[in-house]
Design a protein around this ligand. Structure first.
Ligand code: NAD
Ligand code: IPM
Ligand code: MN
Length: 354
């Protein structure tokens, strides 16, 4: 029995989590693979109900689970609250509380979505497969911040052990892929980036079979569009990883296609699509649930060792796309437009056929 904490959150969060649960239920086999779901309050809805974005009980349930699946948090309703009681604090509190320092964000182009990518066909070539490894519980997100009269500040701080552990994740993962790591920083300006670069270079000595190069973040933002094939694994800080992964998601068609897995020192993982609560389409049955469904596949693979079932979900998604079903964000001429709920049903239908 695998215990899964579900954090639907705000905006499109509850709708996409509903689709992910359908998929997990389709994977269940009585006596063999069973899931126990516990719904957890976090984000704006938690502020409304309890006055706090992440009630202690919510974090405790997540800590006692084998995996956590989050939809999204935040929205205009809570945008003017003070920083420490904004919905987004729930996300930071969960990531930090669970100790998940390594955020894996794979940008893989399903061949069926070549036309949804804004890149020219000749740039896409055989396809795109870039993995962003984002440091998740350090850097400017967790540095000192504050206000001093008419000034405000946020500080970025990284220690050698923090960089070493994310570097090891990047190099270990690269070994299972195309053996290339690009470390992205702003070492021409930031002292924290200079420490980052030195530390990555040092860790690389233990991985002579993996090629390492360093790149400034502004150049990387451009190179991703000019020639994404030069990248295999990108390892970078919390803030740069946030920005570059949204950019990478568009290369493969849509922000609604990018899943993520956040891992620490244990098998317990934190899984979420990389997008937010999409207030502009919330409650309209328009959101693409595939990023969340693909995050479920990552959960099965990384936290539960259910590799075959993870592959099945990815194959079912590919088949749904192959048969021309599209949510609005990836819609093209001659394809069949479906809503969030129908897309979830289709993935389940194809899963049942495999
Ligand atoms: P967003 O990711 O919510 O939306 C950006 C754009 O992408 C919007 O046009 C939206 O409609 C679209 N989009 C996002 N997900 C989609 C999906 N699954 N299917 C189709 N279209 C999708 O980013 P934003 O608008 O900058 O932020 C909105 C709120 O979400 C903010 O409160 C922000 O803090 C929060 N946020 C939360 C998370 C999270 O919970 N992990 C991540 C990012 C942003
Ligand atoms: C993400 C989001 C979050 C982040 C916000 C909502 C705190 O943008 O998961 O990418 O910046 O990490
Ligand atoms: Mn983001």
């Amino acid at each position: 029995m695998f215990k899964i904490a579900l954090v639907p959150g705000d905006g499109i969060g509850p709708d996409i989590i509903k689709q992910a649960v359908k998929v997990l239920k389709a994977i269940e086999r009585p006596g063999e693979i069973e899931f126990e779901f516990t719904e957890v309050l976090a984000g704006g809805t938690a502020i409304d109900k309890t006055g706090h974005p992440l009630p202690k009980e919510s974090l405790d349930i997540c800590l006692a689970s084998d995996a956590v699946l989050l939809g999204a948090v935040g929205g205009p309703k809570w945008d003017n609250l003070p920083g420490d009681i904004r919905p987004e604090q729930a996300l930071l509190g969960l990531r930090k509380g669970l100790g998940v320092f390594a955020n894996l964000r794979p940008a893989v182009l399903f061949p069926q979505l070549k036309k949804a990518s804004p890149l020219k066909e000749e740039i896409i070539g055989e396809g795109i497969d870039v993995l962003v490894v984002r440091e998740l519980i350090g850097g400017i997100y967790f540095g000192q911040r504050g206000r001093d009269g008419d000034r405000a500040y946020d500080t970025e701080c990284y220690s050698v052990p923090e960089v070493e552990r994310i570097a090891r994740v990047a190099f270990d993962t690269a070994r299972k892929r195309r053996r290339k790591v690009t470390s992205v920083d702003k070492a021409n300006i930031l002292e924290s980036s200079r420490l980052w670069r030195e530390t990555i270079t040092h860790v690389a000595e233990q991985y002579p079979d993996v090629e390492l190069n360093h790149m400034y973040v502004d150049n990387c933002a451009m190179q991703l569009i000019r020639n994404p094939h030069q990248f295999d694994v990108i390892v970078t800080s919390n803030m740069f990883g946030d920005i570059l992964s949204d950019e990478a998601s568009m290369l493969v068609g849509s922000l609604g296609m990018l899943p993520s897995a956040s891992l620490g020192d244990t098998k317990r993982g934190f899984y979420e699509p990389i997008h937010g609560s999409a207030p502009d389409i919330a409650g309209q049955d328009k959101a693409n649930p595939l990023a969340t469904i693909l995050s479920v596949a990552m959960m099965l693979r990384y936290s539960f060792d259910l590799t075959h079932q993870a592959d099945m979900i990815e194959r079912a998604v590919a088949q749904v796309l192959e048969d021309g079903y599209r949510t609005a964000d990836i819609m093209e001429n001659d394809m069949k437009l479906v809503g969030t709920d129908k897309m979830g049903d289709l993935v389940v239908e194809y899963l049942n056929r495999i």
